[in-house]
Design a protein around this ligand. Structure first.
Ligand code: GDP
Length: 193
């Protein structure tokens, strides 16, 4: 291959797009007890611990860097409203990403996730929001009631992304946030043409 002259290399560098910052609203939805607060805490503080309900602040934050884009995540938990099976649309309105969480050791939370999904689909224009099905508590392998295959097949049928996580061990949690950032980036890119 011909060698690229030093000046040309430099010129090429200056043509790179400037660093861009995107504010990403991500909502966590799902039945009570599936681990939404624990996941939010893992995403934001990289720890698992006492998950007292989010008092005084609407969301947790985390910053993710992907090539030339900085993503400022606002992670919205539902603050216990899901117990009453209704969530103020404020929590997910305008969200770039929604994580639909169930507990792999409780089948009813998987069934319930499909009800939340219907609710979400009423609010969203397909392709404008990244919806991710998340099977949490993957560490509870011996109590598993929902197979990964079932999760994946629901996701495929409904055009969602799918990941199994463990907020307890941290398995796949950072990977998930990075993957969401990647898809949000694609989604925004597609909207801008
Ligand atoms: P939320 O009601 O959906 O916000 O659920 P929480 O985050 O409050 O978690 C409910 C319970 O599940 C708590 O006792 C957590 O410690 C536990 N929990 C959350 N995530 C996991 C996980 O990945 N594995 C296990 N084994 N327990 C978890």
């Amino acid at each position: 291959l011909p060698r690229v002259p030093r000046e040309a290399q430099h010129h090429n560098d200056t043509l790179k797009r400037p660093v861009q910052t995107l504010r990403v609203k991500m909502a966590l939805l799902g039945s009570s007890g599936v681990g939404k607060s624990s996941l939010a805490l893992r995403f934001s503080k990289r720890q698992f611990g006492s998950t007292s309900p989010t008092v005084g602040c609407a969301y947790l934050t985390q910053v993710v860097h992907l090539s030339n884009v900085t993503f400022r995540f606002e992670i919205w938990d539902t603050a216990g409203q899901e117990k009453y099976h209704s969530i103020t649309p404020l929590y997910y309105r305008g969200a770039h990403a929604a994580l639909l969480v169930y507990d792999i050791s409780k089948r009813e939370t998987f069934i319930r996730a499909q009800v939340w999904l219907k609710e979400l689909e009423k609010q969203y224009i397909p392709g404008s929001t990244v919806i991710w099905l998340v099977g949490n508590k993957a560490d509870l392998a011996k109590d598993r009631q929902v197979s990964a295959k079932e999760g994946q097949s629901l996701a495929t049928d409904r055009g969602l992304f799918f990941t199994e996580t463990s907020a307890l061990s941290g398995d796949q949690v950072n990977e998930l946030l990075l993957a969401v950032a990647h898809r949000v980036n694609e989604c925004i890119g597609a909207q801008q043409g």
